[in-house]
Design a binder for this molecule. Structure first.
Ligand SMILES: [Zn+2]
Ligand SMILES: [Zn+2]
Length: 345
C-alpha cells in the first residue's frame, strides 16, 4: 500500500495536463478530538490518493485542517466519503472562486501537534467557548456599528494585499504573535465593544475567539468560513462587498482577486501593485510584491545579488544554496524601512 507521494511536481503537472480534467480547489477544517491521528492520516491518504486528490492536510489530536485540489468529476465521491466520517458529516467545504488545475501538485497528509500553530496551551482555557458566527449579511451590518472593532487575524503579508475597510491589520509574521499584539490593542474594551474578527477560511478565528472570551471579552464575533465563504455569499445573495483587494491563499495561486482595488505597493519601485512572487533564486525564494515592470527588469528576483546567482551555472548555484540556506529577506515580508513606498511615512 502506498502511503506517501511518489511523483515529482513536474511529473504531476504533466499528468494533470494530459488528463485535461478540471480540478477544484477545496478547503475545510474541523476541531474534534482524534485519539489516533496516525491511523486517520493513513486512511485519508489511501482514500484520497485513489480519487487523485492533491493538497496539504494537517491531522492532529485536536482535529483536521485540509487544503485540497480535487478533480471535478470525483468531487461528489470525495464529499460522500468525507461525510461518511461521523465528525465530518455535513461539514462546509470551501470551494475557491478562481480555479487553477495546479493549485497543488502533491498529496501531503501530515500528523502535527496542532492543526494551526497558535502557541496556545489549550488546557488553560475552554476552546469550545467560541465567538458568535456571522454570515456575510450580518457581518456587513455589524462592521458598520460604531461600537465595533474589526480585526484581521491574518499576518501582515496576507492583509497587505487585501482586507476589509477599516480593519485593524496587525504588523505580525505569525498567528502566534498576533494573538497577544491584538489583545494589547483591544484591552479596555472587554464590555463596551463588539470584537469582530475574520481570517482566510475561519479556522484561526475558531481558536482566537475562544482565547479572547477567556481573556474577558464579552462581545466576540467571527466571520464564519472566513473571506472565502464571505465572497461566495456576497455573490450568491448579491450583497455589498466590503472586502478590498485580493485574498491571500496558501496554494500555487497565491491569491484570489475579490475587488479591483489595489491596496498595496511594489516592494521595489513603490507603485501600486499586488502580485506576490517568490524570488527566482531558489536559494532565496523570498515572497514579496513585485509590479510587472520590476518583474521583467529584475527577472523575478528580489535583488541584484539574486539576479547574479540565477545566471551562474546550475552546479555553482547548487553550491551557493548549500552555503546560504536562508533567504536574504531584504523586504522583511513588506515591513522593511528600505521599502520605497514607506519613505517619509
Ligand atoms: Zn515595481
Ligand atoms: Zn532573492
Amino acid at each position: 500500500m502506498q502511503l506517501y507521494n511518489k511523483l515529482s511536481a513536474k511529473e504531476r503537472a504533466d499528468l494533470i495536463d494530459k488528463a485535461g480534467v478540471k480540478r477544484l480547489t477545496v478547503s475545510f477544517y474541523q476541531y474534534h478530538q482524534i485519539p489516533n491521528p496516525e491511523i486517520f492520516r493513513n486512511f485519508l491518504f489511501v482514500e484520497w490518493d485513489k480519487l487523485d486528490v492533491l493538497g496539504r492536510t494537517y491531522v492532529a489530536k485536536e482535529g483536521i485542517n485540509a487544503q485540497l485540489s480535487v478533480p471535478a468529476p470525483n468531487f461528489e465521491k470525495f464529499r460522500e466519503q468525507l461525510y461518511a466520517v461521523t465528525f465530518l458529516n455535513g461539514i462546509r467545504l470551501n470551494v475557491a472562486i478562481e480555479h487553477d488545475n495546479k493549485s497543488f501538485l502533491k498529496l501531503k497528509v501530515k500528523v502535527r501537534n496542532k492543526i494551526v500553530a497558535d502557541g496556545l496551551n489549550d488546557k488553560t482555557f475552554d476552546v469550545t467557548n467560541i465567538g458568535t458566527h456571522l454570515n456575510a449579511k450580518k457581518f456587513n451590518e455589524i462592521i458598520q456599528d460604531k461600537d465595533t472593532i474589526l480585526i484581521d487575524m491574518r499576518n501582515h503579508y496576507e492583509s497587505e494585499i487585501g482586507h476589509f475597510e477599516n480593519a485593524t491589520t496587525p504588523d505580525v509574521d505569525t498567528f502566534r504573535d498576533s494573538l497577544d499584539v491584538i489583545a494589547e490593542q483591544i484591552k479596555g474594551h472587554e464590555e463596551d465593544k463588539n470584537i469582530v474578527m475574520y481570517c482566510t477560511g475561519g479556522i484561526r478565528c475558531e481558536k482566537a475567539s475562544a482565547y479572547y472570551k477567556h481573556k474577558g471579552f464579552k462581545r466576540v464575533y467571527q466571520l464564519e468560513g472566513g473571506i472565502i465563504e464571505y465572497v461566495r455569499q456576497i455573490k450568491e445573495e448579491n450583497l455589498e462587498n466590503k472586502f478590498q483587494g485580493k485574498n491571500f491563499v496558501f496554494d500555487e495561486r497565491k491569491a484570489e482577486r475579490v475587488s479591483e482595488h489595489v491596496v498595496s505597493n511594489c516592494h521595489q519601485c513603490g507603485q501600486p501593485a499586488d502580485d506576490h512572487v517568490n524570488c527566482a533564486n531558489e536559494g532565496c525564494h523570498l515572497l514579496f510584491i513585485q509590479c510587472p515592470e520590476c518583474n521583467k527588469k529584475m527577472e523575478s528576483c528580489c535583488s541584484q545579488k539574486c539576479i547574479d546567482i540565477i545566471h551562474l551555472p546550475e552546479d555553482e548555484q547548487k553550491k551557493w544554496r548549500q552555503e546560504n540556506t536562508v533567504s536574504n529577506k531584504i523586504f522583511k515580508k513588506g515591513r522593511s524601512p528600505i521599502l520605497k513606498f514607506k519613505k517619509g511615512s
